[in-house]
Design a binder for this molecule. Structure first.
Ligand SMILES: *Cc1c(COP(=O)(O)O)cnc(C)c1O
Length: 385
């Protein structure tokens, strides 16, 4: 068992000396806000995804909100998404003025089931927001076919899935928009931070303007040595811009994105092998022709098989010094959505069951082999096998 002062914090990121030095250099440069490092990080991210441009923002939530606005979604429109996601996905739809509509997930992949989506499309549907859950790419062929048939915009929530690909295409570049998170627990971190991609250059330009108060483009340059320029307010925008302090971390995190992914893949394989004989359900195997981003390793704790419920299991893990996560209780479990939209967990039965059984194991690239051994031992002891 881990000593009391060695609690394994779920999702604690791997921060290198490069990030620390770059943050210090940024502080010393005196340019803390949106500036040259943000521009470099945007260019590096765009290059990683193989697209011409990207827009750095202060969260994935902000990216989702701006992409929905840029796609023209507004009051009276319906936007279909998954019940098995972080609340930010659906809150962004609400803040865009639209009505969120849930379609259930596939019980094995935990991703939006295109057949369930098809059943939820009405004449008011304007957009789909698929979430590449845990890093596993959604069935984008089926979702894009539905979108094409019904004239819908597709905004990919790629908060778990920077490295994911399907059919040789990188997620976030398949739909009309892609949104990424650099929150502390994600695959690439900047503390808080996010990135938006848009297929059409004019949509990306719109996102950039809306992210900085609606000021005419590149207003941050007004204080640079290029010489003073007046800015003009062209829209009632938001305060969603990324800071150079964030980009300083992101630049070096992104440089290691593949190495970190390799480390998580190794940990994943280790868990898969070590947990094979236990009365729990492991993640579905990766589908051929796809690349899984390995963000969350989720176990399902079914009372009838494991002899205990999920919450008992995670309390036992906690008592043995292992932090775990729950991704996620299905959205209709939360009072706001029940009261406002009349959602019931039973209406999305797969997401309801998954949300009550799922537990995420530590999978950060920071984990040592010893940490992984501790996690595995804690699981075996917690399940008493
Ligand atoms: C983390 C997360 C978000 C929100 O990301 P932030 O950068 O924290 O705003 C949105 N969707 C999903 C699926 C997430 O996991």
């Amino acid at each position: 068992m881990r000593p009391a002062d060695k609690f394994l914090v779920f999702g604690s990121p791997l921060i290198g000396e490069e990030e620390i030095a770059e943050v210090v250099a940024t502080l010393r440069s005196g340019w803390l806000g949106t500036g040259p490092r943000t521009a470099r990080f945007e260019a590096a991210f765009a290059a990683y995804k193989g697209v011409p441009h990207a827009a750095g923002v202060n969260s994935c939530t902000a990216a989702l909100h701006l992409c929905l606005l840029a796609s023209g979604v507004g009051p009276g429109d319906e936007v279909i998404t998954t019940p098995l996601t972080f609340c930010a996905t659906v809150n962004a739809i609400i803040h865009a003025g639209a009505t969120p509509v849930l379609a259930d997930v596939d019980p094995r992949t935990m991703n939006l089931d295109p057949a369930a989506v098809a059943c939820r499309i009405t004449p008011r549907t304007r957009a789909l927001v698929p979430v590449h859950f845990a890093g596993r790419p959604c069935d984008m062929d089926a979702l894009m076919a539905l979108a094409g048939k019904h004239g819908l915009k597709v905004i990919e929530d790629c908060a778990h899935a920077i490295e994911a690909e399907t059919g040789g295409r990188k997620v976030g570049t398949i739909g009309d928009f892609g949104c990424f998170s650099f929150y502390v627990t994600k695959n690439v971190v900047t503390g808080e931070g996010g990135m938006a991609l848009a297929r059409r250059a004019e949509d990306l330009a719109r996102i950039k303007v809306l992210a900085l108060h609606g000021l005419s483009q590149d207003a941050w340059k007004r204080f640079s040595d290029d010489g003073f320029r007046h800015y003009l307010v062209t829209a009632a925008g938001f305060k969603y811009n990324m800071m150079d302090l964030q980009a300083a971390i992101g630049l070096h995190q992104l440089a290691r994105v593949e190495a970190s992914w390799e480390r998580r893949r190794t940990l994943w394989a280790r868990y898969d092998e070590a947990l094979a004989d236990l009365p729990v359900t492991r993640p579905a195997p990766q589908k051929a022709g796809t690349r899984h981003a390995r963000h969350l390793y989720t176990l399902l704790i079914d009372h009838t098989r494991a002899g205990m419920d999920r919450d008992t299991f995670l309390q036992r893990m906690h008592a043995r010094g292992i932090g775990t996560g729950v991704h996620y209780m299905s959205l209709p479990e939360h009072p706001y959505y029940r009261e406002t939209y009349g959602w019931k967990p039973e209406d999305s039965p797969h997401a309801m069951r998954l949300g009550r059984q799922t537990v995420s194991l530590p999978l950060s690239a920071k984990l040592t082999d010893g940490d992984a051994a501790d996690v595995i031992e804690a699981i075996r002891v917690s399940l008493k096998v």
